[in-house]
Design a protein around this ligand. Structure first.
Ligand code: 9PG
Length: 511
C-alpha cells in the first residue's frame, strides 16, 4: 500500500494564468479558502516566474531558511563532515534548491505560490520552470494517528498563505503550545563547556533575584555523549543540583542529546549493535563536534526505546522539569534501521517515546527536524546558535555554511520561521545584555532582543554579575515585558509602539 501511494502518477499543474488552479491531472482535489489540497504523490508545477526567489525551508533547527535566488546554483557546505549539522545530508550536493516540507515561489507582484506537505518525509525543489514536491520512500505512516498526507497549494499574500498552511499542519501533526514560554537562564553562551557545580551555584545565587522561570544547565555536565551521568566537576551529582535550583525558586533545566553517541563512551563500547548503520554496515556519522565524529542511535530498536524511557525518567526523576534536547536530527539520518520506517517517522516515534516519558516537563527541541517535531515539542529552536559576534564570514561565505553560530545567521533563519509561532514556541536563542566578552554592537543586541519579544521566548546566558547596572535593568525590563507586537511589513514590526525593521539584516544576507 505504501509503495502504491508513492508510485502514484504525478499531479502536473500549469500556473499560466493566476489565480490557480489550471489543470489537475490526477486525484481528488479539495478546495481551501487560500488554495487547494492535492493528493499524495509527486507534484510538478510549471510556473511562469523564471529565476525568481524560492523559499527554501531548512531541514532542522540550524538549517538556513529564507528566500534564495533561483538564478544562483546552490553550493555544497564544506567540509563534507559538517553537512548533517547544516541541513539534510541527502540533498547536500543537489544542483537544485531543495527545501524540507515546503517550498514557495515569489510572483512578480510579491504574492507567493506555496507548495507544502501535510505529512513527514516530503521535499520541495524548484528551478526557473518548475516547482516540484515529492515524498521520499518509504511513505511515513503513523502508528498512532491516521495522517491524510498530500499537499497544500496556496497562492496569495505571503503571511496569509503561510498562516493557512500552518493551520493545516496543526490539524495533521498537532500543535502544542502551553500558555507563555518560560524565561530561561542557560549556561551555554557564557561558560560553554567549562561549567561546574561551583560556578553554576554562584550564578544561581544571582539569577534567583531576577524574574526567570528556568535555570538550565547546558553541555558540560555529562560524562560523555550517551553516558548521561554527572562528571567530576559536579561532585554532588545532578539531583543535588536540581534540588538547589528548586530551592532557589526556579525550575531545573537540563541539556542532553538522547539520540547521539560519542565514540569514547561506555554506551558506544557496550552497545555497538544499537548504532544506526549504513548499507555497508558502517556506523552512520551524524557530524563532527567535541573534537570527534559522533554517531546515531537506531531508535527503532526495542532495547534503544527502553533505554530512552529509562534516560528520560532518570533525569526527570532527578528533578529536571525543562529538557533541552539537542542534536535530535541524528535519529532521522539516512541509514538502515531495524524497522524499515521512513527516517522522519522513526524520529517522530522516538520523540513521542521521549515525550511520553517526560510527562509534563517542558521539551525544547534543538538541532531538531522541524516538521517531525511539531505537536510533540513545546519549544523549537528555529535558527542556528547565536554568538557574541555578528558573523563568521569565513564559514558563511567561503565554506558556504550559514548554519554556523553568529547573531546574523540566527536572526535570518528565525525571521523566516515566524509563521511556525502558531504551532509551537519558536526559540530564537539567547539575548545578550552584556558588554563583557561581547563583540556585538548595541544595534545588533537590540535586534536579538526584539526578536525574543516577537516570539515571546526569552532567554539569556549573561551571568548577572557580568552586567553593569544599566544592563541589569535592561535585562529585568526585558524579562517582565509583555509587549503588544504587530507586523507592519515582511521584516518590520511594532513592539509597544516602537518600530523595528530587520530588512537591513535580511538584505545583508540575500545581497
Ligand atoms: C552545546 C550547544 C548548545 C547550543 C546548541 C548546540 O554545527 N555545530 O558544530 C554545532 C555545534 C554546537 C551547536 C550547534 C551546532 O550548538 O544549539 O545551544 O546547547 O549545542 O554543545
Amino acid at each position: 500500500m505504501q509503495a502504491d501511494a508513492f508510485q502514484r502518477r504525478s499531479v502536473v499543474l500549469t500556473v499560466g494564468d493566476l489565480p490557480i488552479p489550471a489543470a489537475i491531472a490526477d486525484g481528488p482535489v479539495e478546495d481551501q479558502p487560500e488554495g487547494l489540497i492535492l493528493p499524495r504523490g509527486p507534484v510538478t508545477l510549471l510556473h511562469p516566474f523564471g529565476t525568481t526567489r524560492f523559499f527554501r525551508h531548512g531541514w532542522h533547527s540550524w538549517s538556513p531558511t529564507g528566500w534564495v535566488d533561483l538564478g544562483k546554483i546552490p553550493v555544497p557546505v564544506q567540509p563534507e563532515y559538517r553537512r548533517p549539522m547544516a541541513d539534510d545530508p541527502l540533498y547536500a550536493t543537489s544542483p537544485r534548491h531543495t527545501g524540507s516540507g515546503l517550498g514557495a515561489l515569489r510572483a512578480p507582484d510579491g504574492r507567493v505560490l506555496l507548495l507544502g506537505a501535510l505529512d513527514l518525509g516530503a521535499r520541495v525543489e524548484a528551478d526557473a520552470d518548475t516547482l516540484r514536491g515529492f515524498y521520499e520512500p518509504p511513505a511515513a505512516t503513523s502508528r498512532t494517528s491516521a495522517r491524510s498526507g498530500g499537499w497544500f497549494l496556496g497562492f496569495g499574500e505571503e503571511r496569509t498563505v503561510f498562516s493557512a498552511y500552518a493551520g493545516l499542519l496543526a490539524r495533521e501533526l498537532g500543535k502544542r503550545k502551553p500558555s507563555r514560554a518560560p524565561r530561561v537562564w542557560c549556561s551555554w553562551y557564557s561558560f560553554y563547556r567549562a561549567i561546574s557545580q561551583e560556578a553554576l551555584l554562584e550564578v544561581l545565587s544571582q539569577v534567583r533575584e531576577l524574574p526567570f522561570d528556568v535555570f538550565q544547565v547546558d553541555d558540560g555536565w555529562q560524562r560523555g555523549l550517551g553516558d548521561w551521568e554527572a562528571n567530576d566537576r559536579f561532585p554532588s551529582g545532578m539531583e543535588a543540583l536540581a534540588e538547589r535550583i528548586s530551592a532557589a525558586g526556579l525550575q531545573p533545566g537540563l541539556w542532553l542529546c538522547p539520540f547521539i553517541v560519542g565514540p569514547k563512551t561506555r554506551l558506544f563500547q557496550d552497545h555497538p549493535e544499537w548504532l544506526l548503520r549504513d548499507s555497508t554496515g558502517q556506523p552512520v556519522k551524524a557530524g563532527h563536534n567535541w573534537g570527534d565524529f559522533y554517531y546515531c542511535l537506531d531508535t527503532t530498536l526495542p532495547d534503544v526505546q527502553e533505554w530512552l524511557v529509562g534516560l528520560v525518567r532518570r533525569v526527570t526523576g532527578w528533578g529536571y522539569r525543562y529538557l533541552k534536547l539537542d542534536f535530535l536530527y541524528a535519529a532521522a539520518m539516512p541509514g538502515k534501521r531495524y524497522r524499515p520506517v521512513h527516517r522522519e517517522e522513526a524520529y517522530r516515534e522516538a520523540l513521542q517515546i521521549v515525550r511520553d516519558a517526560a510527562g509534563d516537563a517542558y521539551i525544547l527541541a534543538c538541532g531538531a527536524p522541524i516538521f517531525s517535531s511539531l505537536g510533540l515539542a513545546d519549544g523549537l529552536r528555529v535558527g542556528p546558535d547565536v554568538a557574541p559576534f555578528w558573523d563568521n564570514d569565513d564559514r558563511s561565505e567561503l565554506l558556504h555554511d550559514r548554519s554556523g553560530p553568529g547573531a546574523r545567521n540566527a536572526i535570518y533563519s528565525t525571521l523566516h520561521r515566524l509563521w511556525l509561532r502558531e504551532l509551537v514556541h519558536t526559540d530564537p536563542d539567547v539575548v545578550y545584555f552584556r558588554t563583557r566578552y561581547n563583540l556585538l554592537t548595541t544595534t545588533e543586541k537590540e535586534y536579538l532582543k526584539a526578536l525574543a519579544l516577537i516570539t515571546g521566548f526569552k532567554a539569556t546566558s549573561d551571568p548577572p554579575a557580568w552586567l553593569d547596572p544599566e544592563e541589569r535593568t535592561a535585562l529585568e525590563t526585558f524579562l517582565t515585558a509583555e509587549p503588544t507586537v504587530t507586523q507592519s511589513g515582511p521584516y518590520r514590526f511594532r513592539i509597544d509602539g516602537q518600530d523595528v525593521d530587520f530588512s537591513a539584516v535580511v538584505e545583508s544576507v540575500d545581497g
